[in-house]
Design a protein around this ligand. Structure first.
Ligand code: CP3
Length: 348
C-alpha cells in the first residue's frame, strides 16, 4: 500500500507531502453529476455499491493519497428521529427541528451500528474495492455542528436558535450534546471496526462560538467523542473552520491531527499547536479557481512552511466547491507531490 498518508498521520517521515481534499467526491466531477441525474444524494449514501462508486471517482481521476468514504454528516440525525432532506438550491433541511427541551427528551437513542449500517457496509466494500491502493478515511460531524443543523433546521449564518437554546436551556443543551457525543463516538469507533484507517471529526461551524462558550458548551462532548474514536486505535483528525482564535482549546479537546483553515498562516498555527500533534490544511478552496501560477505559488508557500515538520498533510482549509475547475485539482495534487518531494530530496 501507498502509506504516505498514514505515515504522516503517525508523524513518520514521508517521500512527499500527502494530499487529499475535503469533499473530494462531488459535484465538481462530471462522473458524480452524471450519477446524480439518476439518484438522490441520500440514495447514493444509503446504497453501499453507489457510495463506493462515488468514493472511487476522485481516486481514479487523481493521484490522491487517501480516499474518504462517500457519506454525509447529517444521516446520523435521522437515527435520532429527525426528518432530513436535501433540497436543490437550498441544501439540507430538517423538517422537525429541535426547539424545546421536550423535543430533545423525545429523541431516539439508536445504536449507530444499526442506524448507520449502510455507511459501515460501504466502508467494508470500499476497503475491498481499494485493495490497499490508498488508505480509507471515515468521518462524522462533531456534536456542535450536528446540533446546529438539528436546532436551526438547516444551514445558518448566526446560529441564533442554537445559541439561544444553549444560554436559555443549558440542561437541555447538555443532554443533547451528551447524546450526540455518544452517537458520534460510537459511530466513529464502528467505522474503524468496519475498516476505516483514519477518522475525521468535522466541526465545520464551531468557529461561530467564542472560546469561552466552546469551553463551556462543546469541548467536553467533542473530547468524549474523540477519546472513544481513539480507542479504536486509529489516528483522528480534528477539523474546524474559523478556529484561529481557539487552536489551543481545539488541541486540548483532542485529536492526533488538527485541521486548520486559511484564516491563519500555517507557520503561526504550527507555533501555537506545537509538535505533539499533526497538522492538516490549509489552502483557500477558492484558490483552485486562480490562474495555475498563482495556485502553485501559494501551495509552494504553504509547503515551505511545513516541509521540515513531520506529521503534515496538505488539504484545503474547507471543502472543495462545486464549480471548481477539475484541471486545477489535478494540477494542485501533482504539484504538491512534485514540489514537496524535490524539497525533501534537497534537504537530505
Ligand atoms: O469528502 C467527501 O468526498 C465525502 C463526502 C462528504 C459529503 N458531505 C457529501 C456531500 C463529506 C465529508 C460531507 C461532510 C459534510 N456534510 C459537512 C462537513 C464538511 C464541510 O464541508 O463543512 C457538512 C457541513 C455537511 C452538510 C451538508 N451536506 C451540506 C451543507 C450540504 C449541502 C451543501 C452542498 O455542498 O451542496 C450537503 C450535501 C452534500 N454532501 C453533497 C455532497 C457531495 C452535495 C449534494 C448533492 O450532490 O447535491
Amino acid at each position: 500500500m501507498q502509506t504516505r498518508f498514514l505515515d504522516a498521520c503517525h508523524g513518520q517521515p514521508v517521500d512527499a507531502v500527502p494530499i487529499w481534499l475535503m469533499r473530494q467526491a462531488g459535484r465538481y466531477m462530471a462522473e458524480y453529476r452524471t450519477l446524480r441525474q439518476q439518484y438522490g444524494i441520500l440514495d447514493i449514501i444509503k446504497t453501499p455499491e453507489l457510495a463506493v462508486e462515488v468514493t472511487m471517482q476522485p481516486i481514479n481521476a487523481f493521484n490522491l493519497d487517501a480516499a474518504i468514504i462517500f457519506a454525509d454528516i447529517l444521516p446520523l440525525l435521522e437515527g435520532l428521529g429527525l426528518d432530513l432532506s436535501f433540497i436543490k438550491g437550498e441544501g439540507p433541511v430538517i423538517h422537525n427541528p429541535l426547539r424545546t427541551p421536550a423535543d430533545i427528551a423525545a429523541l431516539s437513542r439508536p445504536d449507530p451500528r444499526d442506524s448507520l449500517a449502510f455507511t459501515l457496509n460501504a466502508i467494508r466494500l470500499a476497503r475491498q474495492e481499494l485493495a490497499d491502493r490508498v488508505p480509507l478515511i471515515g468521518f462524522s460531524g462533531a456534536p456542535f455542528t450536528l446540533a446546529s443543523y438539528a436546532i436551526e433546521g438547516g444551514s445558518s449564518r448566526n446560529y441564533i436558535l442554537s445559541k439561544s437554546l444553549m444560554y436559555e436551556q443549558p440542561q437541555a443543551w447538555h443532554s443533547l450534546m451528551e447524546l450526540l457525543a455518544y452517537q458520534v463516538g460510537e459511530y466513529l469507533y464502528a467505522q474503524a471496526e468496519a475498516g476505516a484507517q483514519v477518522l475525521q471529526l468535522f466541526d465545520s461551524w464551531v468557529g461561530a462560538l467564542s472560546p469561552v462558550d466552546y469551553q463551556t458548551y462543546v469541548m467536553p462532548y467533542s473530547g468524549q467523542a474523540i477519546k472513544r474514536a481513539q480507542e479504536a486505535g486509529v489516528p483522528v483528525i480534528h477539523f474546524g473552520t474559523s478556529t484561529a482564535g481557539m487552536l489551543p482549546l481545539i488541541k486540548a479537546t483532542g485529536g492526533d491531527i488538527i485541521g486548520v483553515d486559511w484564516r491563519i498562516e500555517l507557520s503561526q498555527a504550527r507555533a501555537i499547536l506545537g509538535e505533539e500533534v499533526g497538522i492538516q490544511g490549509n489552502i483557500d478552496p477558492v484558490l483552485l479557481y486562480a490562474p495555475l501560477p498563482i495556485l502553485k505559488e501559494r501551495a509552494a508557500a504553504i509547503i515551505d512552511q511545513m516541509i521540515d515538520r513531520p506529521g503534515y498533510i496538505f488539504n484545503l482549509g474547507h471543502g472543495i466547491l462545486p464549480t471548481t475547475p477539475v484541471e486545477h485539482v489535478a494540477a494542485l495534487i501533482d504539484f504538491v507531490h512534485d514540489y514537496s518531494s524535490e524539497r525533501l530530496r534537497a534537504d537530505d
